[in-house]
Design a protein around this ligand. Structure first.
Ligand code: 0CG
Ligand code: SF4
Length: 316
């Protein structure tokens, strides 16, 4: 069996920044650190931080007054910020700057009475955070998940209408939804640049290339990770037997029967150590040395919040 590693894969700039914020906060404050929601959607990352004393909560009400809170990379609503301020929490915002950009645009639309459509997955924390930027009671933000949802939309004035998307969607599927939206509302205005982020885009391009080379794909990522799920979905759409796994422990040897080329990728929140463990495990089962597939080089780096940017952590 031959192993091909997809490129790029794994951590994006937003995830690196979010995890660094937690690590630096642990060092800087030397106090209990609360994180609202999983900092990123990865079981291994959360387990490691939990062991170091980080407390993950789902509601602001679970945090004692005057504590330190970090908002996860997926972002929060305006209401959540208000609640945190009311409790006098010290806030460190790990919202990815690319999600923040969508927040700013949606908030502007709300202020300008522009009706907005958001393409995204219901219940995902990023979607909840984006919807929560639209506070204008006289106008509306509508969430759609599919082409079918477009038929149910009731729009007041399609000349004062725009749309945005969640950052981690399927490029293929979203392109189709946008085409149908434009067809139904020819006057709709769109974001100046696609909201699906560079990391999501590049990992999907790589999986498309990988699909031409392998007969099985392993996507390393957690069940609640939207971008990881999209990679697994894409492998399957391309006709490749694909599995989403947390780590090598999830691999079933029966999957590997008759597989001579196996592709490995990792979602934007999955650390490289998990890829290494999978490769080692497959090699123990008899696979050859892995080969890195050439792909798009990523250079994006995001700045840290000023409060903690000078705090040095181990190996820095
Ligand atoms: O892909 P989603 O938005 O579910 O998040 P995850 O934490 O897996 O990855 C990047 C971020 C934020
Ligand atoms: Fe930011 Fe994209 Fe990474 Fe999400 S997946 S944290 S939007 S860079």
């Amino acid at each position: 069996m031959n192993i091909i590693l997809s490129n790029p894969r794994g951590f994006c700039a937003g995830v690196k920044r979010a995890i660094l914020i937690v690590e630096k906060a642990l060092k800087f404050y030397k106090k209990k650190i609360y994180v609202l929601h999983e900092i990123v959607h990865n079981e291994y990352v959360i387990d490691q931080l939990r062991r170091r004393g980080v407390v993950f909560v789902e509601k602001i009400s679970q945090i004692p007054d005057n504590s330190i809170v970090i908002f996860s990379a997926h972002g929060v609503s305006k209401k959540t910020i208000k609640k945190a301020k009311k409790k006098k929490l010290i806030i460190l915002d790990a919202t990815c700057p690319l999600v923040k950009k969508v927040h700013i645009e949606v908030s502007k639309s709300s202020q300008k009475n522009i009706e907005t459509i958001l393409i995204g997955h219901k219940g995902h924390p990023e979607v909840e955070g984006i919807l929560g930027q639209y506070t204008n009671k006289n106008s509306k933000i509508h969430l759609i998940e599919s082409i079918e949802d477009i038929n149910d939309l009731s729009i007041k004035n399609d000349r004062k209408l725009n749309f945005f998307t969640q950052t981690t969607l399927s490029i293929r599927n979203t392109t189709k939804i946008i085409a149908s939206l434009r067809n139904k509302f020819p006057q709709i205005s769109s974001p100046p640049k696609e909201d699906i982020c560079y990391a999501t885009t590049n990992r999907q391009i790589a999986v498309n290339q990988l699909s031409n080379k392998v007969n099985m794909i392993l996507v390393i990522g957690s069940k609640n990770s939207s971008n990881s799920n999209r990679l697994a979905e894409l492998g399957r759409e391309n006709g490749i037997f694909t599995k989403l796994i947390n780590s090598f422990v999830d691999i079933k040897t029966k999957w590997l029967r008759n597989v001579n080329y196996i592709g490995i990728t990792a979602g934007a929140s999955a650390p490289e150590i998990l890829v290494k463990e999978v490769v080692e495990y497959l090699k123990k089962l008899g696979a050859h040395e892995s080969i890195e597939m050439l792909g798009i080089q990523e250079k994006t780096v995001f700045q840290l919040p000023k409060k903690i940017s000078n705090t040095k952590i181990f190996l820095e």
